[in-house]
Ligand binder design. Structure first.
Ligand SMILES: NC(=O)c1ccc[n+]([C@@H]2O[C@H](COP(=O)([O-])OP(=O)(O)OC[C@H]3O[C@@H](n4cnc5c(N)ncnc54)[C@H](O)[C@@H]3O)[C@@H](O)[C@H]2O)c1
Length: 273
């Protein structure tokens, strides 16, 4: 793989991946709606708006694979989520199809399955249980990835990212944290593994408290280097008691599930699947 387009390159994960992927590909083509002023050797920059389809074609030219990190990364009003993660996501896949791109790494989220209880172990083949508008948009992206794999032969690795950061910052993150190098390893599997068609993995490090069955990632060769448990003593020493009358502390999505929550806080346990 020679030329890789990284959308959302100015963002948190985009910046982490720029560091981790330095020198791996001949050209790392950065793209964002925001300017990037520190373009380094082996990098180039395209300013674009994924919600404006006309701005994507030039950036896609000659690209072998796309890491698509641009978009709305937390809960927001529907207009924003729709523009960024529904319209923008669809534009991205369409532009990739037109340009003949064969691989896309799509950052899905734990929030696509955020209403599963923490007592369950959730695998890749599961019914979506989004915990908000953002979670719905992440599930939508997985469906687009499935369609473009089956209909057009564009291979996608959907990574349901937990939380990417230098280290886990609270008790919930001890279960869902992913380090930069582990996330970069998954991204490289998504771009380079010959058998990718439409795959779903969890973007988590080797976490003892994980809520996910990440067997597909391991089958694809994922060997995480980092463990959230190494930070557990520090994290738990600072943790405040959780309010267990709320739904958030009992489901994967945490506070996202609490946003606008109405009625019986035990309702999520009645789900049949
Ligand atoms: N950070 C995490 O732990 C995490 C967890 C789960 C999923 N994700 C997903 O990973 C992706 C990246 O997350 P992040 O934390 O780096 O987000 P971020 O908000 O830090 O970065 C997003 C980037 O996208 C750019 N962007 C926004 N709208 C755009 C548009 N219309 N056109 C072009 N660029 C646009 C922003 O300028 C920003 O640089 C998101 O899709 C997010 O949903 C992240």
């Amino acid at each position: 793989m020679k030329t890789v387009l990284l959308t959302g390159a100015a963002g948190s994960i985009g910046s982490g991946l720029r560091r981790e992927l330095k020198g791996v590909y001949d050209e790392l083509r950065l793209a964002d709606i925001k300017a990037i002023n520190d373009v380094g050797p082996g990098e180039s920059f395209h300013r674009l708006d994924i919600a404006d389809a006309g701005t994507l074609g030039a950036a896609m030219k000659g690209v072998d694979g796309v890491i698509h990190m641009a978009g709305q990364s937390v809960e927001a009003d529907w207009e924003t989520v729709h523009r960024q993660n529904i319209v923008g996501l669809y534009n991205l896949y369409e532009a990739a199809r037109i340009a003949g791109v064969k691989r896309i790494v799509y950052p899905s989220s734990n929030h696509a399955v955020g209403f599963y209880p923490r007592s369950r172990r959730v695998g890749a083949v599961t019914v979506f249980r989004p915990d908000g508008r953002y979670g719905i948009s992440k599930a939508f992206g997985e469906l687009v990835a499935a369609l473009y794999a089956d209909k057009f032969g564009i291979g996608s690795l959907c990574i349901r990212i937990g939380n990417a950061n230098d280290k886990p910052i609270d008790k919930r993150r001890l279960s869902i944290w992913v380090s930069w190098r582990d996330l970069a390893q998954l991204v490289r599997i998504g771009l380079e593994h010959p058998a990718i068609h439409f795959e779903i993995v969890y973007g988590v490090s080797d976490n003892e408290r994980s809520w996910f069955d990440n067997a597909t990632a391991y089958q694809l060769g994922y060997r995480p280097q980092d463990r959230a448990e190494d930070y557990a003593a520090d994290v738990l020493a600072k943790e405040l008691p959780e309010d267990m009358t709320k739904v958030g502390p009992r489901v994967i999505g945490g506070s996202f599930a609490d946003d606008d929550y109405a009625g019986d806080p035990n309702r999520f346990e009645k789900f049949r699947y």
